[in-house]
Design a protein around this ligand. Structure first.
Ligand code: B1M
Length: 212
């Protein structure tokens, strides 16, 4: 599956994901060892110019084909009361959405209402969505060192608004670290999608939802 993903063969990745599920493999194992592990090799070769943007794009498409098979399992929640509302987006200038999509899927699976703002998300969009959906948590994703500073722009803007000041802000993405999160004044940081869900569960009880 790693090799098919690397070569951007979406139909093969889809088929192998289905086969792995049929064979009784654990969803997390398929995600980590099949899809994410394949994408990290792509990232490594991209870094050293052994792969270029078009090849990375088709690898991303193959990854998404596998994720689409896993989606119903990742988003299947036990039902019952909503665990809370989380507004989630990749920050302005950044088009990477695979990690953010995973956080959204797993959040849904854990019973959160996930409002996905997509990529290239401006501060105004985060603010409007937090108000509209009365979100307790805003999650931001950044994959580029050049877009990470925009997280601080969003945090500052939320701090300046009385009704948004207490919304909990969580950040993540490959170049983001715990130390960076602290530096910019984020309330929480998560290194991967499952830790993001644990973080939301830990933070939600203290979150005050945005008022309209
Ligand atoms: Co881009 N890219 N890319 N890319 N790309 C990286 C990020 C890069 C590290 C590659 C490299 O050089 N090794 C590099 C950044 C270098 C840097 O900033 N220092 C890079 C670059 C340079 C670029 C372009 C500038 C290339 C160019 O045009 N010359 C360009 C920028 C476009 C833009 O955004 N404006 C670009 C474009 C692209 C594609 C469009 C081709 C494609 C994205 C497709 C898509 O997302 N739909 C792409 C891809 C696929 C990658 C790599 C290879 C893979 C990213 C990925 O999806 N990983 C990436 C290499 C890498 O990261 N090592 C790379 C899998 C995903 C599951 O992991 O997103 O880290 P990740 O998410 C994890 C955690 O980080 C965490 O949970 C997820 C699951 O565990 N997480 C959160 C993520 N968000 C969270 C939010 C939270 C919590 C946890 O909130 C609470």
């Amino acid at each position: 599956m790693n090799q098919f993903l690397y070569e951007g063969k979406a139909p093969n990745v889809k088929e192998m994901t289905e086969q792995a599920l049929e064979a009784g493999r654990d969803v997390d194992e398929i995600l980590q060892d099949g899809l994410i592990a394949g994408m990290s090799v792509v990232g490594e070769d991209f870094k050293y110019n052994r792969l270029y943007v078009p090849q990375v794009l088709i690898a991303a498409r193959a990854m998404k084909a596998g994720m689409a098979v896993l989606k119903p399992l990742l988003t299947k929640s036990g039902g019952g009361r909503s665990a809370g509302t989380v507004v989630m987006g990749t920050v302005k200038g950044d088009l990477h959405d695979i990690g953010k999509n995973l956080v959204c899927m797993m959040g849904e699976g854990a019973g959160f209402e996930m409002v996905d703002l997509g990529v290239d998300t401006k501060v105004e969009t985060f603010m409007e969505a937090a108000r509209e959906h009365r979100a307790g948590i805003v999650g931001m994703s950044a994959l580029l060192t050049t877009t990470m500073p925009y997280m601080k722009v969003v945090i500052n803007a939320f701090q300046e608004e009385e009704d948004l000041r207490d919304v909990v802000i969580c950040v993540g993405g490959a170049p983001v670290s715990e130390m960076f999160a602290e530096e910019i004044g984020a309330d929480g940081y998560a290194a991967d999608a499952s830790s993001a869900i644990e973080l939301f569960q830990k933070m939600y009880p203290v979150a005050t939802t945005a008022s309209v």
